[in-house]
Design a protein around this ligand. Structure first.
Ligand code: SAH
Length: 265
């Protein structure tokens, strides 16, 4: 059974498609258009419960999914969208127990997805050059996973270093890059990844993709270099109006993958 809401937990109150994030605190009070709700009336309740405010307005109280959480968490850097996170996990083949290097940590959306996928037997090593972003990301990740300091995240190792300068780790299973110049990481990637390991980069523009593909082709350690984009189009299903929604995220980025190989001498 799902556990009931507890003090210190971040939940979402949802009404008419709008989401109001809330940090549950004993004796706290939520205010909404002149109405109130005591946090104590939510603590101990079940995920998905409908609740009424002081003058009768109803909302649903939900424990956010990982996607809902990352879309509403405080941001420093731009986050990767859930549609891209989903594909990255599969195309980089992130598995339970894997050692994954990523850069940069940004707001922590990708890191959170990677940590969930590698599980308690895996490790995520995250390179980031901006201290302020790293701090925010760690807070975001900790508050979702139920800790609030780096010490509480034993499967995450933060490196406040420039990954263009090098990767300290070796025998890495997967390398996932969400930063502007991944081509500068390709020579380091060839040394850090184990044979059979996977390189993945996410990039918003075509000239960047051309450069990363050129760098991967130049490096004999890489094979099966592939690039694709992702489009997610939601639909309106309402009576006779069955059609794609008018608005969509038309562009986020291109995903490029490559496999680290060992060739005959
Ligand atoms: N994937 C993240 C967003 C990353 S934004 C998320 O889902 O939230 C890109 C990040 O890369 C920024 O935080 C930026 O500071 C960092 N970055 C840029 N160049 C870098 C470098 N050379 N080494 C390490 N981090 C870098």
């Amino acid at each position: 059974m799902a556990k009931p809401f507890a003090s210190g937990e971040r939940i979402h109150l949802v009404r008419k498609g709008r989401t109001y994030p809330l940090l549950l605190l004993e004796n706290g009070c939520f205010r909404f258009s002149g109405e109130t709700l005591q946090h104590n009336d939510l603590i101990g309740r079940e995920d998905g419960t409908e609740i009424a405010l002081s003058r009768g307005t109803r909302l649903f109280a939900l424990r956010p999914t990982r996607s809902e959480y990352v879309l509403h968490m405080p941001r420093g850097a731009q986050i990767l969208y859930p549609k891209d996170l989903a594909l990255i996990l599969t195309w980089a083949d992130i598995y339970s127990g894997a050692t994954v290097v990523e850069a940069g940590i940004g707001s922590g959306a990708l890191t959170l997805a990677l940590l969930t996928a590698v599980g308690t037997s895996g490790r995520v090593i995250s390179y980031e050059i901006r201290n302020d972003f790293a701090k925010r990301a760690i807070e975001n990740i900790g508050s979702y996973l139920g800790g609030d300091a780096e010490n509480d995240l034993p499967h995450l190792c933060l490196r406040l270093e420039d990954i263009y300068e090098g990767i300290r780790e070796t025998s890495v299973d997967r390398l996932v890059l969400d930063l502007p110049e991944p081509y500068r990481v390709v020579p380091h990637a060839a040394r850090a990844l184990r044979s059979g390991g996977i390189f993945l980069s996410f990039l918003p523009t075509v000239p960047q993709v051309e450069r990363v593909v050129a760098a991967l082709r130049k490096e004999p350690a890489f094979e099966w270099i592939e690039t694709f984009e992702t489009l997610l189009r939601t639909w309106n299903i309402d009576g006779l109006s069955v059609r794609p929604d008018h608005r969509m995220i038309a562009h986020s980025g291109f995903i490029t993958t490559a496999r680290r190989v060992t060739r005959l001498p």
